[in-house]
Design a protein around this ligand. Structure first.
Ligand code: NAD
Length: 257
């Protein structure tokens, strides 16, 4: 049993302590304390400006050059570029060091898990990464810095340097399919775990949120850590309502010696 005074945290820590295989699902809430706003939280980008959701829609991005110009303006000054990993990211590195981590499925596109020290092999980026661009026509990938240098030099909608196609961050927009290999790992990892830990996610986006159903159906215990209620709270074994930066370090404290 964990030494934590909070009985729910102690129960969740105990589940993790007994588990041999843990799969983690993270969302934007894991990075808000690093200065990157989420989309759907009380201070979220879409909560404050519902029209911003259009920027994340593939069809609008392809059809409307003004959507692309606005997307490039926002990418150029995005808080991702200055963000540093925080206590929640560090706690998940500790979880990996305890030898239990099967996979760290993340909806985040900020690469902060890898920056904190999580093994790139175990991090599955469900929605891609903002640190690269990808051409929607020929598929060519390149570091985001190359495109942002062109934006800084005056190109407001830089096309693919190889084929002239529409260039976008290598992230998954609404209307865009997830990578098949990524999807396969995302479906296997929850089934392969004794515990699924979902942290900092509204669990409102599929197929990512379906990971919880897969884990529960396979008999895994489900621990949800989030500031707000989620649609999956009644499926969870333990729900911890609060900030991930405070809670995750307490969950893993007793796992590493
Ligand atoms: P979301 O915006 O839908 O939900 C985030 C959840 O985290 C909310 O329920 C919010 O209450 C909670 N939260 C915020 N800060 C928290 C904290 N410090 N502690 C505990 N909970 C906290 O995000 P999502 O479920 O991850 O999915 C939305 C999509 O947004 C994904 O597709 C993702 O790619 C994208 N996104 C990514 C980033 C990033 O990479 N950092 C940032 C914004 C959006």
């Amino acid at each position: 049993m964990s030494a934590d005074e909070d009985p729910d945290i102690a129960r969740a820590a105990d589940l993790l302590g007994r588990a041999e295989r843990v799969t983690v699902l993270t969302g934007a809430g894991v990075s808000t304390d690093s200065g990157i706003p989420d989309f759907r939280g009380p201070q979220g980008v879409w909560t404050r400006n519902p029209a911003a959701e259009r920027l994340s829609t593939l069809q609008a991005y392809v059809e409307d050059p003004e959507v692309r110009r606005e997307a490039w303006r926002q990418r150029a000054v995005h808080p991702i570029w200055d963000a540093r990993p925080g206590a929640a990211h560090a706690a998940l590195v500790d979880l990996e060091r305890s030898g239990r981590l099967v996979a760290l499925l993340t909806q985040n596109i900020d690469e902060l898990h890898q920056a904190a020290g999580s093994s790139p092999d175990l991090v599955v980026e469900l929605h891609g990464t903002m640190h690269h661009t990808q051409c929607l026509s020929c598929g060519a990938r390149a570091p985001m810095g190359e495109a942002l240098a062109r934006v800084a030099a005056g190109e407001d909608d830089p096309p693919c340097p190889r084929c002239g196609g529409v260039l976008k961050s290598a992230t998954i927009s609404f209307g865009q399919a997830l990578d098949a290999g990524v999807l396969m790992r995302a479906r296997r990892a929850p089934v392969d775990a004794d515990v699924l830990l979902a942290a900092g996610t509204s669990l409102g986006v599929h197929p990512a949120a379906g990971v919880v159903d897969l884990a529960a159906a396979a008999g895994a215990a489900v621990v949800i850590v989030n500031a707000e209620p989620t649609p999956y709270d009644d499926v969870a074994t333990v729900v911890l309502r609060g900030g991930v930066s405070g809670i995750l370090p307490r969950l893993v404290r007793d796992l590493t010696g």
